[in-house]
Design a protein around this ligand. Structure first.
Ligand code: CAA
Length: 262
């Protein structure tokens, strides 16, 4: 498949590979327009459906992960046209259907919809050059892809209010301290680190990986009691897999496990 606004590649040495998606509208700092979001959705679903792929890494350029939704294409909208066309709806949420882990590797600006897209990934690895922000208030609007909901869950209410109401940017160090990103790495090592994290995930049992993703999302979205109950059931269910027998046998016999994804 050839895309115009993204570049896809398959990376990795192991049996299961990593799907790498690079946002590619450099002149617009990877501003997210409909075509890019359509292509991103197609690429994500294609990697998710491919048994050879264990994990997906989503990245941008050195200068910008993404500087937000595309402002010139949004500017002429009225309430009715935004509502009827489902502006920032369908193609923005495809990423939430992906069952394999999606790691955001963020360098440079992740603003507005760019920050929201990174937050829709499963975790964020940031380059030391990364800058996060929700500057929509400066445009006379508010975030439209979950920023007011995911930011206070990812960081504190106070910091989220500060960022959303003042439009200030957060650098990588502050973002890590606040819990928005899982780790900060030198900009030149960003992709290597993100692909290494993906490779580590790819070496594990796919069903365990997918269930952890599902359960952490449940913890994040629902009540604790329900999440723990569902977790217990899935924990029991994994004793029906060959990978559980292999993983535990390998531990007991002090050898490296060979997972077969069954
Ligand atoms: N949409 C479209 N084009 C954008 C863009 C965006 N969100 N952000 C930057 N660009 C374009 C600029 O228009 C500029 O294009 P030209 O060279 O043709 O003029 C090019 O990218 C480079 O940008 P700057 O010259 O502004 O670069 P800078 O280094 O001076 O500033 C920046 C960089 C701070 C990111 C600045 O571009 C900026 O503030 N961008 C807008 C950020 C923003 O408001 N994002 C939120 C969008 S709304 C949204 O996302 C809603 C939602 O919740 C989904």
């Amino acid at each position: 498949m050839t895309y115009q606004c993204i570049i896809t590649a398959v990376e990795g040495q192991g049996e299961r590979k990593t799907g790498l998606i690079t946002l590619n509208r450099p002149k617009q700092l990877n501003a997210l327009n409909d075509q890019l979001m359509d292509e991103l959705g197609q690429a994500l679903l294609a990697f998710d459906a491919d048994d050879a792929i264990g994990c997906i890494v989503l990245t941008g350029s050195e200068r910008a992960f993404a500087a937000g939704a595309d402002i010139p294409t949004m500017q002429p909208h009225s309430f009715i046209s935004a509502f009827k066309s489902g502006l920032i709806s369908k193609n923005w949420e495809t990423i939430l259907q992906v069952r394999k882990p999606v790691i955001a590797a963020v360098a440079g600006f992740a603003l507005g919809g760019g920050c929201e897209l990174a937050m829709m990934c499963d975790f964020i690895i940031a380059a030391d050059s990364a800058k996060f922000g929700q500057p929509e208030i400066k445009l006379g609007i508010i975030p439209g892809a979950g920023g007011t909901q995911r930011l206070p869950r990812a960081i504190s209410k106070s910091k989220a209010m500060d960022m959303l109401l003042t439009a200030r940017m957060m650098d990588a160090v502050e973002a890590e301290r606040a819990g928005l990103v899982s780790r900060v790495v030198p900009a030149e090592a960003l992709l290597t680190e993100a692909l290494a994290a993906a490779e580590a995930i790819n070496s594990f049992s796919g069903p365990s990986v997918m269930l952890i993703k599902e359960l952490v999302n449940l913890a994040y979205q629902g009540p604790l009691k329900d999440g723990v109950a569902v977790e217990r059931r899935y924990f029991h269910a994994l004793f029906g897999t060959e990978d559980q027998r292999e993983g535990m046998d390998a531990f007991i016999n002090k050898r490296k496990p060979e997972f077969t994804q069954r």
